[in-house]
Structure formats: C-alpha cells, structure tokens
Design a protein around this ligand. Structure first.
Ligand code: Q46
Ligand code: ZN
Length: 315
C-alpha cells in the first residue's frame, strides 16, 4: 500500500477507512484527528488550560504529546497509586516524558498524603480494587484541576476503551451509565471541572503506532490488578468482530453516540442542583460526606490493621 498523503510505501494501515500512511505522514494524520475532535465536540479552546491525566501508558502519553505539538497549554497529573513495582515504573515513565519535553507534571502521592494505597481498597468478593481505584483517580484529577485553576481534564481513553465500556453497559443494561457515556462531560458545578476524551475515535492500534513513531517511551506492562477484568474480555470480543468486519468497533461507538444516546435518560448535562460541599474535604458531592472520603477511611483502617505492631520486625 502507498501513503495516502505522499504516495511513498506505507507503514500504518487504517483498515476501517482503507487508507495508509508512511511513518513521516502518519503523526500529522493522527494529530489532525485529535484536533478535529477537540473542535467538533467543543472540548476546549486554545486559551484554556488543559490538565492531562497520565498513567505512563501509551494512550495518555500520546495524548499529552499530541496536545503539546498542536500548541495547547497542557500540563500532566500523575497519581501514585502504590501498586508495587508497576506504579514505580509507570511514575518513572511519566517523569521522564515530562523532563524530556520540558513539561509540568503534578503528582499525587496516595500513601504520603492520604495514608492508604489502592491495594488497600480490594473488594472482599472479587479481590480487585478497580472500582475504588476509578473513584480515587476521578476524585484527584478533578481536585487537582479545580485547585490549580485548569479549565479541563483530558484523559487518554481510546476507541477500544470506549467501545468496551459501551458493550459492558449494554450487557448489564446500565441505563444511567449509558446515558452519561460520551467524549465530553460538562461541568455542572463550579467545583467540577469539564472532562474530555480527545482520542475516543482513535483505536488502540492507531495510538500505539503514534507512540512508536514519535518514540514515546511508555510502560508496556498492564497493571497487575487488571488480570481477569471484564473490560479485557469485552475488548477481545470486539477485536474478533473487528477482524471480520473492519470498522465495526467505530460504527458501534459512534452510532451509539449519534443515535442511541439521545434516546436515553440522563445526558450528563443536567444541572446538579443537589450537589453540595463534602463536610470533610469540600469537594462536590450529593451526600454529607463524599464517597471518596468514606472510602479513604476504609483504606486507612485496613492499612492500619495490616501494619505490624511497633517493635516487631516484619522480615
Ligand atoms: S490502575 Fe486501577 Fe486500572 Fe490497576 S487497579 Fe484496576 S483501575 S487495573 S485502569
Ligand atoms: Zn470528601
């Protein structure tokens, strides 16, 4: 195949559109798609400050890279989740990326500032902390952005992530979640910062190709807690469908956003009149004390119980 832009031999094929690009032209195509979504979905303007939530993986670092190349004022935020060696290595990738490109990286150290780590939040039934981990991430991304005056938080969710989430919500008929799923979650309260997903129409393969060509050094290993996650099963199913029907994943997600979502209750834009400040941390919540503060208490108690008594050497 030949490059769609310059007709040289192509390296990256976009099967759903039946086009391909050489390594020189591909990053331009990728960034143009990101720009298109930012403009078309009104994610943010040039004069707004963007906070990119980074994990050390290809998607978030590719997004940060693309936004800075497109000329946006984008800083990063990384949360030290405390998941052993995986967290240390991913932190290193983010720090190196920021240093190499001369960018600002904010960090939240869960253990140091909150007194617990994500593995303390494992559920008794599944042994997984992923639901709680999601709450931790959403809470701190929003808190850091609100406290430091960012206009928007951008995450690296790609087409595969979004299609898998949609599939999971359909399998379980989570109508409320379906109604809220989308590339832009508008702020409904002064303490809630707008959330956007500029990569939502680009596949995992396309993002990986961008990271590779732009020589982005990202963490290849998956979080050890992800093993056996339902989302991986949904992704595998969608990938096998995509193999047989190129473009199926894209059509599934984009078709839903264009047609299916409008038919559902709750679009995520309703005024959240019932929100008030958490009595403990001041962040917006519907309860007296927010879900994060209650969860953090549990994490601290578990950490306390697991700690060996003073004077006892754990080795
Ligand atoms: S980081 Fe957190 Fe993921 Fe690890 S503990 Fe689960 S949710 S798998 S994206
Ligand atoms: Zn709180």
């Amino acid at each position: 195949m030949r490059c769609h832009t310059c007709a040289r031999p192509a390296n990256v094929e976009i099967r759903r559109s039946r086009i391909a690009f050489c390594a020189g032209c591909y990053p331009h195509w990728f960034r143009a798609r990101v720009q298109e979504r930012i403009d078309h979905d009104r994610m943010f303007r040039r004069d707004e400050r963007v906070l990119v939530a980074v994990s050390g993986g290809k998607d978030s670092l590719a997004l940060w890279h693309a936004l800075t190349r497109l000329g946006y004022r984008a800083d990063g935020v990384y949360i030290r989740l405390g998941i052993g060696g995986y967290s240390r290595r991913s932190q290193e990738k983010c720090e190196r990326f920021a240093e190499w490109h001369g960018l600002m990286l904010h960090q939240v150290d869960l253990e140091g500032s909150e007194g617990f780590v994500v593995p303390d939040l494992r559920e008794a039934r599944s042994g997984k902390p992923c639901a709680a981990c999601g709450t931790v991430k959403r809470y701190h991304f929003n808190r850091v952005a609100a406290e430091l005056g960012y206009d928007v938080v951008a995450t690296g969710h790609n087409l595969d992530d979004e299609a898998a989430t949609l599939f999971g919500n359909l399998v379980h008929w989570n109508i409320d979640y379906l109604g809220r799923q989308g590339p832009v979650l508008e702020s409904t309260h002064p303490g809630l910062v707008r959330k956007v997903k500029p990569l939502y129409r680009l596949s995992e393969r396309e993002t990986a190709a961008y990271a590779l060509i732009e020589r982005i050094d990202y963490i290849l290993e998956e979080c050890p807690m992800a093993k056996g996650a339902k989302s991986l099963a949904y992704k595998a199913m969608l990938n096998s469908l995509e193999e047989q029907q190129p473009g199926a994943k894209y059509g599934f997600l984009v078709g839903f956003l264009k047609q299916g979502r409008a038919a559902l209750p709750g679009t995520g834009f309703e005024p959240a009149a019932e929100l008030r400040a958490c009595a403990r941390c001041g962040q917006p919540t519907t309860a007296e004390v927010c879900a994060y503060c209650r969860m953090a208490d549990r994490g601290r108690r578990r950490r306390e119980r697991a700690r060996p008594p003073a004077g006892v050497d754990p080795t």
